[in-house]
Write a protein that binds this ligand. Structure first.
Ligand code: DNO
Length: 403
């Protein structure tokens, strides 16, 4: 059986309707209660409301992406008790409503980072780009994070200086806004972009991590898991952590979900099937040491959700996104490994053997230019990816049956 065809839907305000998704062959909807402020409990009523709208269209709410982990949980500040109790209550409420897969991440301050949200491909399509020197330009010369220059080799700093000098003041502002506000806004970003001094406020926020290094953040993640996994077990919810995107430290902040070792370490903190991972090819592949097929083989039973997306890689830490089965990641062995994992699960008697996948991000193309969408989430580009990945699965399944 193919992976469960899923789609990220941003709720009732999304320009793609639930009826459209049904027509596209979607089985599982991936969504969140985006209107509930970070750190508050997700009420049963509100969950039911979204769930029944999805079910009325003949689909199911298959994954919550994401139940955000508040910064106060990541830093274990004085509000920890309240925040963790709210998190647990949300998990209980989701379990009570029959929603059993919950994605989250543990990236400090910023979720994903790109330096261009509108990179033009030669054929007129548009994708998102990450250029390391441009990111360093933002960090050192535009944001002016204190002592940021100490974090980078001289060679990168001088390239970053050239990048900064080549930009107009307006371009610098757009870069800062994209990183701090635009790409975070639809997923509970910490910065309020409406104030002119949002960069200053952001810098202040970074300071809340001044005493938190890699070991400390790991400890905090471990404690978080020890707190929430027993509740997840009790209510039958599978939690699945999303990897860092991109998978290396940014802005002097530690990132601890970047490699196979990190994922194994996380799975070992609480040895429970409910303590799982979101397997995101786009994020993990940027760490060129990661062997994605091997990750599926090693951690398969803990993969509760998968994001399939491709990249084109240039020199170290420079990449752009691309069509789902094109690009530098060979999707065939990865998809095959996921399908084999499903077979293994089924044979071992697991009822949740189907892994939901969604075509993650996509090339903006054709009618996408006339439709509003969150950065990275064009309809047509993702639909193309869904179709390609579905065809690939059909062929692999035939192949697996024949052997
Ligand atoms: C961006 C997404 C991330 C992801 C979260 C999961 O497009 O991949 O925002 O949803 O990191 O918690």
């Amino acid at each position: 059986m193919a992976l469960e065809k899923s789609w990220r839907w941003f709720g009732f305000g999304d320009s793609v309707q639930l009826s459209d998704l049904k027509q596209m062959g979607i089985e599982g909807v991936v969504t969140a209660l985006h209107h509930i402020p970070n750190g508050e409990v997700w009420p049963v009523e509100e969950i039911r409301n979204v769930k029944s709208a999805i079910e009325a269209h003949g689909m199911r709410w298959t994954v919550v992406e994401s139940l955000p982990v508040s910064e106060g949980i990541k830093t274990r500040n004085s509000d920890y008790e309240r925040l963790i109790n709210n998190y647990k209550q949300s998990l209980r409420n989701l379990g009570e409503c029959g929603i059993y897969t919950v994605c989250y991440n543990f990236m400090p301050v910023l979720d994903w980072v790109r330096t261009s949200l509108h990179y033009q491909l030669p054929d007129g399509g548009e994708v998102m780009y990450f250029d390391y020197a441009t990111f360093v330009a933002f960090d050192v010369f535009i944001l002016k994070r204190p002592y940021a220059a100490n974090d980078y080799p001289d060679e990168i700093i001088s390239r970053a200086k050239e990048v900064t000098d080549s930009m107009t003041a307006e371009e610098q502002e757009t870069l800062a806004r994209n990183i701090i506000v635009v790409s975070q806004g639809f997923i509970d970003g910490v910065a309020d972009g409406s104030t002119p001094d949002y960069k200053k406020a952001f810098l202040k926020f970074l300071e809340t991590y001044s005493h938190i290094d890699r070991d400390k953040l790991r400890e905090n993640l471990s404690l978080f898991l020890q707190d929430v996994i027993p509740v997840a077990e009790e209510v039958g919810v599978n939690l699945c952590i999303h990897p860092d995107d991109p998978p290396f430290p940014v802005l002097g902040l530690p990132r601890i979900v970047s490699s196979q070792d990190d994922l194994e370490w996380i799975c070992n903190q609480v040895d429970s099937i409910n303590n799982g991972i979101t397997f995101c090819t786009g994020s993990l592949s940027v760490n060129r040491q990661n062997n994605l097929e091997q990750i599926v083989e090693k951690l398969g039973p803990r993969i509760h959700f998968t994001h399939l997306r491709n990249n084109v890689f240039f020199e170290n830490r420079v990449f752009h996104e691309y069509g789902h089965i094109e690009g530098d990641i060979d999707m065939y062995p990865i998809v095959k490994a996921l399908l084999k994992e499903q077979i293994r699960r089924k044979e071992s008697g697991r009822t949740d053997f189907r892994i939901p996948f969604r075509p993650d991000h996509g090339v903006k193309m054709l009618d996408d230019y006339n439709r509003s969408a969150n950065p990275g989430y064009p309809l047509i580009g993702r639909l193309k990816g869904l179709a390609e990945l579905s065809g690939m699965q059909m062929a692999i399944e035939r192949e697996l049956k024949a052997t």
